[in-house]
Design a protein. Structure first.
Length: 355
């Protein structure tokens, strides 16, 4: 019987030769494999995006600073002139400007405390039945922080007089954590000009979770202190004396910085005019009151230098003189056109230095 020849190939080293058409047909038969990724529809929801770091906003403000570099230099020069003048002037000038600035800021924040009510509250803690004690306390805090106190960049909680209660819940975010994030951003922006940093800090205030009732007052006072962090005469940079337009929170950083610079420039000019007026008045009052004896006239001149509005009880408390001596000197100063009465009332009268 003739043996049959095997039909299998004995040489396994020979490759299996397939044409291109046969290879494509072979892959089409593999129906159980998934198709190419680019052919599959993307039905999955988008995943969470990585949040930008808190310091990413600094780049936007750096660009805004470069856009307004010339204008920033001009405002910084005016602020430097105010700083030098306050450094050479009496301490009462700083208190006078702080009092005016705090009263103007109260109108921006919605408290609307007039200079006369503020003067009575700060000097003697007197308030009327129609006054809001919380509003007076907020504006009184502004006067204290515009005339001194701790620096905001050190301990913000101490600067704002705000602390977390001892019985705070574990799920509640602590104030020190919120303020710490804001302070970290401000520290990272150390290469920016102090005026630019003050503007950035003011507009990041609410975003950092530092806002509460009256937070606009706190944000503005904090920003005004940051703007003169390198100064030695001026404790704060005026923001509201020339109007509150620079404090409007609309637009991109370049727009906000432009309004900030314009508002600060107007406020500084008004502050300088205020100092011109009170310096001229002081010189005129000294010459007119040379004929008066005693310490009461000198003490009264100092009171009118420090305070925009003065009442008889305020003058009595600050000079330590008797009521009769204070009223006699006030009457003499009014008759000499050094001061004028502004309330037009028979009681609770207040005077201011005439220009």
């Amino acid at each position: 019987m003739k043996p049959q020849t095997s039909t299998f190939l004995d040489d396994f080293d020979d490759p299996l030769v397939m044409t291109e058409e046969e290879e494509d047909a072979h892959e089409d038969d593999l129906w159980f494999l998934p198709g190419p990724l680019e052919d599959e529809p993307d039905d999955l929801p988008p995943g969470p995006r990585a949040e930008p770091p808190d310091t990413a906003v600094i780049e936007d403000w750096a660009k805004a600073e470069s856009v307004h570099a010339a204008r920033l230099a001009g405002v910084a020069g005016r602020l430097g002139a105010l700083d030098d003048r306050l450094l050479r002037g009496p301490a009462g000038w700083r208190h006078r400007l702080a009092h005016i600035e705090a009263a103007d800021l109260s109108w921006f924040a919605g408290d609307r405390v007039n200079c006369d009510r503020l003067a009575l509250w700060v000097s003697m803690r007197l308030s009327g039945a129609q006054d809001d004690p919380n509003a007076l306390a907020r504006v009184g805090w502004a006067v204290r922080r515009l005339t001194g106190g701790p620096e905001p960049k050190g301990d913000l909680a101490a600067f704002l007089d705000r602390r977390d209660p001892d019985n705070i819940e574990d799920s509640t975010e602590r104030f020190e954590d919120r303020s710490g994030g804001w302070l970290d951003v401000m520290a990272a922006a150390g290469d920016l000009h102090p005026i630019t940093r003050s503007c950035m800090g003011f507009h990041l205030w609410s975003l950092a979770g530092l806002g509460r009732h009256g937070d606009q007052m706190e944000a503005a006072v904090t920003a005004s202190r940051i703007a003169v962090s390198d100064g030695s005469g001026a404790i704060f940079a005026p923001l509201a004396m020339g109007g509150a337009g620079g404090l409007r929170a609309t637009g991109l950083p370049p727009e906000r910085l432009a309004r900030w610079l314009d508002g600060m420039s107007s406020a500084i000019l008004k502050a300088m005019r205020t100092l011109d007026d009170i310096e001229s008045w002081t010189w005129r009052a000294e010459n007119s009151m040379e004929q008066l004896s005693g310490r009461t006239p000198v003490a009264l001149r100092k009171v009118f230098t420090e305070w925009p509005l003065v009442s008889a009880p305020m003058a009595e408390a600050m000079t330590g003189a008797s009521r009769a001596a204070v009223q006699r000197n006030l009457a003499w100063m009014e008759a000499s056109a050094l001061i004028c009465e502004v309330t037009g009332q028979g009681r609770y009268r207040m005077w201011k230095a005439t220009g």
